[in-house]
Each structure stands twice: as structure tokens, then as C-alpha cells.
Design a protein around this ligand. Structure first.
Ligand code: AMP
Length: 200
């Protein structure tokens, strides 16, 4: 069993590295941002509520977000070797909720991978992604708000997880496969668990 959080600012590569974690460790991927975008695309009630926050670059309220997460966890997580949480938690109360949700299921969080990328590169990456994918919140105004929210509400989690001895910092600047090599080295030294195929 391996439960990981992939942590970092918007644009730090969490989605890209999650895809490799799923493949190499047989994990179930929970991306709260993707879940919400899916609701928006389907026009559900939750999607309408979510859109009003996402389009402004604000966070969905903690209680609502945690309910969504719990629902997904119960439906799918047992199918795999563990979970990679991508985009959750984003606040200290969410981290507390995650701890309780996992404890209730007799499980625990094993490591938090912190992708560290300089701010200018984050902005460049999000602008590019917006142009390539049409993702609505990847526009200059919303990007600025998302980075502000990240600094104010999400950054304190780094210290939170450092205090728990779970934070593994990884330089998220550079070539995708090399960044993943550093992630898998960090996981192996923290948990003893190895990736499926040899290093890049
Ligand atoms: P992401 O795809 O992770 O960058 O998330 C896109 C947007 O979805 C964020 O800017 C938030 O508005 C919302 N969102 C995603 N995850 C969370 C979360 N854990 N808590 C609150 N809002 C979230």
C-alpha cells in the first residue's frame, strides 16, 4: 500500500508526474481539479458551484471538497495498490481531513512529493497549457489569483508535512523523466518501495 500526495504550485507538473506514478506504482489517481472540470463539462449542480470558484481562481470550500474526495475514495481506491492525491489537500484543514479519512480506512499517508518550480516558469507553463488545451483558468488574470491563493492557503502545507517528516522536496524544473527519477529515489528512501521498471 502506498498513498502519496503530489504537491506543488499550479503549473508545477503534478498531472504529468502523476501519470508516471500511476504507471510505475499501480496507484489510483485522484485529481480534484480533473474531477471538478468533469462536473463542469457535464453541467451537473456540483459543476455549476465549482465553476463559480474555479473561474475566479479561488478554492472550493473545504467541506464540499472533502465530501467529494471521500466519495471517490470509497468508490475506487480499493481497486489499486494505493492512491496518488493530486491537487488535494490545498489547505491545512484539508490535510487534517485527509489524515482522518485514511485513518478511518486503516490506512495512512506515506509521503508528500513537493515539486518546486520557479514562479516565472510556472506562469510560462500555464500560459502555454492554456493555448494548447483551452483550459479556461489558464489565462493571465486567473493565473495570478491562483498563485496568490497558492502562496496564502496552500504553501503552509509544506511546513505541515515537513513537521510530520513526510515532505520530499523535488526540483521540478527540467526534463520530465529526470524529475521522475528524483521522485522515485525519494519514494524508495522514504518507504523502501521501488518503481516497476528501471530508471531512465
Ligand atoms: P487543479 O487542476 O488542481 O489546478 O485545480 C483547478 C481548480 O480547481 C483550482 O484552482 C480550484 O479552484 C479547484 N480545486 C481543485 N482542487 C481543489 C481543492 N483540493 N480544494 C479547493 N479547490 C480545489
Amino acid at each position: 500500500m502506498l498513498n502519496l500526495v503530489i504537491f506543488g504550485a499550479p503549473g508545477s507538473g503534478k498531472g504529468t508526474q502523476s501519470a508516471k506514478l500511476i504507471d510505475q506504482y499501480g496507484l489510483y489517481h485522484i485529481s480534484t481539479g480533473e474531477l471538478l472540470r468533469d462536473h463542469i463539462a457535464r453541467g451537473t449542480e456540483l459543476g455549476k458551484v465549482a465553476d463559480s470558484y474555479i473561474s475566479k481562481g479561488q478554492l472550493i470550500p473545504d467541506e464540499l471538497m472533502t465530501r467529494i474526495l471521500e466519495d471517490v475514495l470509497d468508490k475506487h481506491a480499493a481497486e489499486k495498490n494505493g492512491v496518488v492525491f493530486d491537487g488535494y489537500p490545498r489547505t491545512v484543514p484539508q490535510a487534517e481531513s485527509l489524515k482522518k479519512l485514511l485513518q478511518k480506512r486503516g490506512s495512512d499517508l506515506h509521503a508528500v512529493i513537493g515539486l518546486e518550480v520557479p514562479e516565472e516558469e510556472l506562469i510560462d507553463r500555464m500560459i502555454r497549457r492554456g493555448q494548447q488545451t483551452g483550459r479556461a483558468d489558464d489565462n493571465p488574470e486567473t493565473i495570478k489569483n491562483r498563485l496568490d491563493v497558492y502562496h496564502k492557503q496552500t504553501c503552509p502545507l509544506k511546513e505541515y508535512y515537513q513537521n510530520e517528516g513526510k515532505y520530499i522536496p523535488v526540483d521540478g524544473h527540467g526534463i520530465v523523466d529526470e524529475i521522475f527519477d528524483h521522485i522515485s529515489d525519494g519514494i524508495e528512501s522514504a518507504t523502501g518501495i521501488r518503481r516497476r521498471s528501471a530508471k531512465h
